[in-house]
Design a protein around this ligand. Structure first.
Ligand SMILES: [Zn+2]
Ligand SMILES: [Zn+2]
Length: 365
């Protein structure tokens, strides 16, 4: 790619990194990206207030869409870089600053080369909380979009190489909170209360059977309080459930709910269930994966076929439930720190790989 375009994109990356914003609070980030788009291209950025997109239309054919994410994580800056985060407790530790800057680099190339395809550039908010894709997918009602592509940087994958997988790319998942309410009593008279801890113990002991076929983690168990005079009357069990099939996610949820209700009845407790962070399975369509591989081959970039889907979820799956598309990966290096860790920082050089891949994918439609 053009080196001036690259430099501008890196500048945006560092500015985004310096001023990160949490999911659903990306107002200044949207303004920053808009400024770059309007300063360096002749495109009009459409800022919806929550996300932004650019509609590049040259004819009446279908669109090809590209999506990046713009949100940061509730983490502190740890590494010593001159563009370090100035927002305490917020930091770009998933590399979304790099994904957004790649999109800008790609747009700069498009604005200069004027390819003959309709393109939708989507800067999506709130990927980490799964709120963003559900909102941005509405664009497909307004625009006739044929397919969508996006990438995520990936530690553990060889530096600057492309990783891809057919079919399931990321497991689906959700968080589940089980609240059990009984009755507190004096700790000397537990028989006068209803302590939910025994029901929780039964549920936890049976989790591996109840969640068969899925991956379940207990993330929090909170029963009663730190007071030796009181036998607990209420508690919470929080779990995450992951699977490569949406049907299994539903079946496991039903198993847990039914078993919990049985236990609640047995002990005389009331049970409530709350769900959060539902990510559908991210499915990569064969035709789109083939095009990613072809694009990488044309650019003489090695492609690594990943053997297993990612356990971590990705809300890109919302898009590929609606239209065909694929998520691919660009390697940070086998030993590079993982995303969501203190030591991690996006590698600027991957901006050029991503932008080149997007330009090449344009030729595939
Ligand atoms: Zn993340
Ligand atoms: Zn991410």
């Amino acid at each position: 790619m053009n080196s001036k375009n690259y430099d501008i994109a890196v500048q945006l990356r560092h500015e985004m990194h310096r001023h990160p914003e949490l999911s659903n609070c990306e107002q200044n980030t949207l303004k920053l990206i808009t400024n770059y788009i309007e300063k360096y291209t002749d495109f009009k950025a459409i800022n919806t207030g929550t996300y932004l997109y650019v509609d590049y239309k040259v004819n009446d054919d279908k669109y090809i869409a590209f999506r990046c994410d713009i949100d940061a994580l509730p983490m502190d800056e740890y590494i010593d870089v001159e563009y370090g985060s100035v927002n305490q407790g917020v930091c770009h530790k998933c590399g979304h600053d790099g994904h957004s800057s790649t999109m800008l680099a790609f747009m700069l190339e498009v604005s200069q080369q004027k390819p003959k395809q309709n393109i939708l550039f989507i800067f999506q908010h709130a990927e980490e909380t799964v709120d963003g894709a559900k909102v941005c997918v509405e664009l497909f009602k307004k625009y006739n979009v044929d397919c969508i592509y996006g990438y995520h940087n990936m530690s553990g994958l060889a530096y600057k190489k492309i990783g891809i997988i057919y079919d399931i790319a990321h497991l689906g998942s959700y968080g589940m909170e089980i609240e059990l309410i009984g009755k507190e009593s004096h700790a000397s008279e537990p028989e006068k209360g209803i302590n939910p801890v025994f029901a929780f113990a039964d549920i936890v002991a049976n989790l591996s059977t109840l969640t068969k076929g899925a991956l379940c983690s207990v993330v929090h168990l909170d029963v009663g309080q730190n007071a030796y005079g009181i036998s607990a009357g209420k508690g919470y069990l929080r779990l995450t459930i992951r699977s490569d099939e949406d049907e299994i996610l539903t079946a496991v949820k039903n198993n847990i709910v039914n078993y919990t209700k049985e236990q609640a009845q047995k002990y005389g407790l009331s049970a409530n269930f709350t769900y959060s962070d539902y990510f559908p399975v991210t499915y990569n369509h064969k035709e789109s994966v083939d095009k990613v591989i072809k694009a990488a081959n044309n650019l003489h970039i090695n492609v690594i076929n990943l053997e297993k889907p990612h356990r971590a979820s990705e809300d890109f799956g919302v898009y590929t439930q609606a239209i065909k598309g694929a998520m691919f990966y660009i390697g940070n290096g086998e030993d590079y720190p993982s995303i969501h860790t203190d030591e991690y920082d996006f590698r600027d050089e991957n901006i050029a790989i991503g932008a080149d891949m997007y330009m090449e994918l344009l030729k595939s439609i």
